[in-house]
Design a binder for this molecule. Structure first.
Ligand SMILES: [Zn+2]
Length: 238
């Protein structure tokens, strides 16, 4: 509509949630819209989005008078130490009609009980790393779509959309990452595109500990989604 949010509006802060997003995506939102992205967290079974970051932007405060947060080992169900990754389990302390005791939210995070520089003593969870049911196991290695996003968003030529296609050839899992380029990065110079594709594959291999094929696609070709994006196509028959 010809309005620049950055220059023509006074919008400076956005409370953003809904699906896991990386710090690199936050940087892009800041550069593009001039908006400070505050991560917030919740689920409809609780009170909706209710836990938020403070101005330090270093973890989401879980308000301790409303919820008791634990992080558990997914396999043993035992509590893990602060700073270790596991599944978030919440006990809501003020709900009455629908009590919720040690509710397995299905999100993977770490808990941080250190005092926050903002002065609040409510524990913090790190940004949500992924969903228990999002985790892909490819050739025996755990892969989260959020790791792929984080890696791709740190490459300037890459646009905001990607798709992961997992398949199985014989006994071997294959992973293809389809990457949409920014308009200004798309070129008909094949050598440049091959060099870029190699660079993306190299970065992904370093981040995931697993090799992935990379396909570059033109801007505006991957499917867009209302609400939560569907990034993974798993064609394996198991
Ligand atoms: Zn704080």
């Amino acid at each position: 509509m010809g309005v620049s949010i950055k220059n023509d509006t006074k919008l400076r802060v956005g409370l953003l949630g809904g699906e896991p997003w990386s710090t690199k995506m936050r940087d892009r939102i800041r550069d593009w819209l001039g908006v400070k992205g505050i991560n917030c967290y919740g689920s409809s079974e609780m009170y909706g989005p209710m836990f938020t970051e403070c101005s330090e932007q270093d973890g989401i405060h879980v308000w301790g008078d409303i919820a008791y947060a634990e992080v558990l080992d997914q396999e043993t169900g035992e509590r893990v130490a602060p700073g270790e990754r596991g599944e978030l389990v919440l006990t809501m302390l003020q709900k009455e009609a629908l009590p919720m005791i040690r509710y397995r939210v299905g999100d993977i995070t770490e808990i941080n009980t250190e005092p926050c520089p903002c002065g609040r003593t409510h524990p913090r969870i790190r940004r949500i790393f992924g969903r228990v049911d999002d985790m892909l196991i490819i050739r025996g290695i755990n892969v989260f779509p959020s790791q792929v996003e984080h890696t791709l968003m740190s490459i300037p030529e890459v646009g905001d959309h990607f798709e992961i296609v997992v398949d199985r050839k014989g006994a071997l899992d294959t992973m293809l990452v389809r990457v949409e380029l920014k308009k200004e990065a798309f070129t008909d110079n094949i050598i440049q595109l091959m060099e870029l594709r190699e660079r993306i594959a190299y970065r992904l291999r370093g981040a995931l500990n697993i090799g992935a094929a990379v396909e570059l696609v033109e801007p505006d070709t991957l499917q867009r989604f209302e609400g939560k994006a569907k990034r993974v196509v798993d064609r394996r028959e198991i």
